[in-house]
Design a protein around this ligand. Sequence first.
Ligand SMILES: Nc1nc2c(c(=O)[nH]1)N[C@H]1C(S)=C(S)[C@@H](COP(=O)(O)O)O[C@H]1N2
Ligand SMILES: [Mo]
Length: 367
Amino acid sequence: MSVRSRLGAALDRLEPPPRAVDWSLLAFVSAEVVTGLVSFTVGVPAGWPLFWLHRALGLAIVALLAWKLARVRHRLTDPTLWRRSTALSVLTLVAALGALSTGIVWVFGLDVRISYWTLLSVHVGFGLVLLPLVVAHASTRFRLPRRVDFERRRTALRYTVLLGAGAATYRLQQGINDLLGTAGSDRRFTGSQPREGEGNGSFPITSWVADDPDPIDRDDYRLRVDGLVSDPIELTADELAAGHETEALLDCTSGWYTVQEWGGIRVGDLLDAAGGTAAGDPDRGPAYVRFTSVTGYRWSLPLDEAEDALLATHVGGDRLSHGHGAPARLVAPGRRGFQWVKWVTRVEVRSEYDVGQWVVTLISGFD
Ligand SMILES: Nc1nc2c(c(=O)[nH]1)N[C@H]1C(S)=C(S)[C@@H](COP(=O)(O)O)O[C@H]1N2
Ligand SMILES: [Mo]
């Protein structure tokens, strides 16, 4: 047998039965949405396996989709076979190709900006549209899987090879990107690309959806420190600039990161200035610190972590610009950028976790 036919035979053996391909596509797309969304909350290197899983699953979907298309192609190309559900199938295919191509192009360091959307944001958009489409498509087309479709040993082997090949392909791409020195070569484990330089002008202003307040007048600005503290206080902008410096990495989920020297006040010192945390109820003591923006945008950190975070007034030695959150913004090392609340006007010690923050960050700024 020639090398080519041998490879062909190996590929044939790898191909799962049709129903298994269909159901795997549904499962893999669901897993992509979950790993993709959860990865947005991961900012520390220990979380790397999640990003690798996302990449391996994505490349496995390429193989599954190729098998599927080879099988159903005639249903698209032969007009006598068109049904009402064909439109849905085509739409699903378009979303799948959109998600895969933006993901792959992004990995190679290309970034086409569509207003303030990066290619990565477009990828996320395709992914979020794709899932309901696949579910709808499955309900018109898919047949219930049978046990023979997932015969145990072969199935385990197939999927191990598929995911392994996906991860290996990603690794190979890293080598190619390094060789070519493309923008894809110095990405972080999160996939984010660097923005070099110091200070306000050196990294993008990124606000989530509609969060875009008017500049805050320094003379009118007050920061409230309250909740479970002994002596709630209000500080002016000048009182905040308390010379603590820290180098920290801001990694935005739209795909860039920057390392900056941030100056401001340690949150632990801020809480001390308010008399320290107060006991509260015996079993509902201080546990979280919530940072709220003038826009309502907010995020909470566990108390221990919050104490070491910074309420920054400066970046790269300069006063923060309005776009970057003046007079004060949260600097939360190890957290993704969306948690670094800008234009902070209230720091509140609380006993409860704030579930509402997940919704508020998406809709704040809409009137
Ligand atoms: N109030 C408020 N804070 C915010 C945001 C926002 O939209 N509103 N965007 C967040 C996001 S998504 C990121 S990545 C960082 C970006 O900070 P920068 O604009 O200074 O680069 O701010 C975060 N803080
Ligand atoms: Mo972000």
